[in-house]
Design a protein around this ligand. Sequence first.
Ligand code: BG6
Length: 466
Amino acid sequence: MSICTLPEGFFFGAAMSGPQTEGAWQRYGKLESLWDTWSNERIEDFHNRVGSYAGNDFTNRYKEDFELLRSLGLASWRTSIQWTRLLDANGKLNPEGSEYYHRLFASAEAVGLETFVNLYHFDMPTYLFRRGGWESREVIEAYATYARIAFREFGQEIKYWFTFNEPIVEPQQRYTDAVWYPFHHDFAQARTVQYGISIAHSLAVAEFRELQGTGQVRADAKIGLINCFTPPYTKEDPSEADLLAVRMADGIDNRWWLDLVTKGSLPEETIGALSSRGINLPVRAGDEQILAQGTVDWLGFNYYRPERIQAPERDVDEYGNPVFASEYAWPDAVMNESRGWEIYPKGIYDFGMTMARDYPDLEWFVSENGIGIQGEGAFRDASGTIQDDYRIDFVRQHLSWIARAIEEGAKCRGYHYWGVIDCWSWNNAYKNRYGLVEVNLDNGYSRHLKKSAGWFKRVTATHAIE
Ligand code: BG6
């Protein structure tokens, strides 16, 4: 692909999360999250038995890490506050936790890095999970209170806020595919959780607006939602049933959130189709008004892979769940074998253009994009540097499609690379490495630039995608 450029003002940054970097799982009064509980109960589920405890040692190294991010020309970084660190078990502010985050944000600001704060990154406090998690209104209300406390505490420091990262993932991973604690295969429960998160998001946005109205949140602050949208594709010559399956998967995974954040409602066609198969959401009087408050100022689009869909091969699965769509194995798919995810850079353009067409006022940025590779040590050269040309190629292609989408009218404002510094990937732990910067687990979590770091630095300086 020839050289193309990204517009002036387009920003570059680093995407991270609290639970994957901070470690210090018992410091500053932190409570147990579901990741700590799972690690304590079944450490053998985690790659090389590396549980949630250490992150990537960020808590001990954040000053050095911020310098590193700046040296790559990055203007911003995203993390998440951990609910389990900011609040105590009575739902009140934990002063030690709050001081930690104040120190962190001040340190980022001191080197000129803008901090984007997300409030929830799959890290439910265990005591609240035991009270019903996202299925419980008490927990949903507790989240709204947590959001209010966070907005009040950091409202003058932080400009960019997000209620949730990838709210579709817990319904899928925990409640449908049974790959994350508590390992359920229950489609109806997954939709109840999805609905609960939608209410929680909307309540948090309402809190934000109220506090901004009274000056407790700065006037120029913005609130958003981040999701891993999966552009849907089907066969070249689809049947009606294939197209219906695409609409359903797209409705649950993508349009659910896009409608919520732009219209303050959920997609009627999807909700109707669920209901026709006996899946009814736990709607209460007043919910419509709550959801109506869920519209945001902008959106984060995490892009890793598309979804390929065909008509369901059966109506009901072995657990008694209704099946609305089946996976379509596209014969031309290029795979990242380490992660089992398809690499399809054009998907970022296609989905960007879908948003430009169907949600024309919505501004967004790429809030995560990256590639995790197993066994990167094999690519180390004689000087000790990992020659990750595959990563350069991956980012180059995605940035090129972003540039094209912008040229054609997409309102994409920036790009955060996922990870930048290798971090803990949930139960995959350190199996797949995403970073432009290597973390050496055998040498006290020391940091070393990979080849891609130098390449990315040139892109951030010139905005030209070589
Ligand atoms: C996104 C998440 O789904 O993808 C991150 O927001 C995650 O938390 C990243 O780490 C990469 O996925 P994984 O499972 O390989 O870590």
